[in-house]
Design a protein around this ligand. Structure first.
Ligand SMILES: [Zn+2]
Length: 71
């Protein structure tokens, strides 16, 4: 089983300019914030063991504040 994860965004600056870092497996570097990091797969979650609150994000998460200043 190969679980090769490809990050789409830098976990530090959220930039998308990610490239493989050297020859190491799962090592990536961000050319935006110049950080190198490693991704490793820990394991699969079992939904039965998760508390029900973790299934859905609260509706307030990432809520957009519509602040319109019309002055
Ligand atoms: Zn970055």
């Amino acid at each position: 089983m190969s679980a090769r994860a490809v990050p789409f965004h830098c976990p530090y600056c959220a930039d998308e300019d990610l490239r493989p870092h050297g020859e190491a497996h799962g090592a990536w570097e961000c050319r935006s914030c110049m950080r190198a990091f490693k991704l490793s797969f820990i394991g699969q979650l079992n939904p039965a063991t998760l508390p029900p609150t973790t299934h859905a994000l609260p509706p307030t998460a990432g809520a957009e504040h519509h602040e319109r200043r019309t002055s």
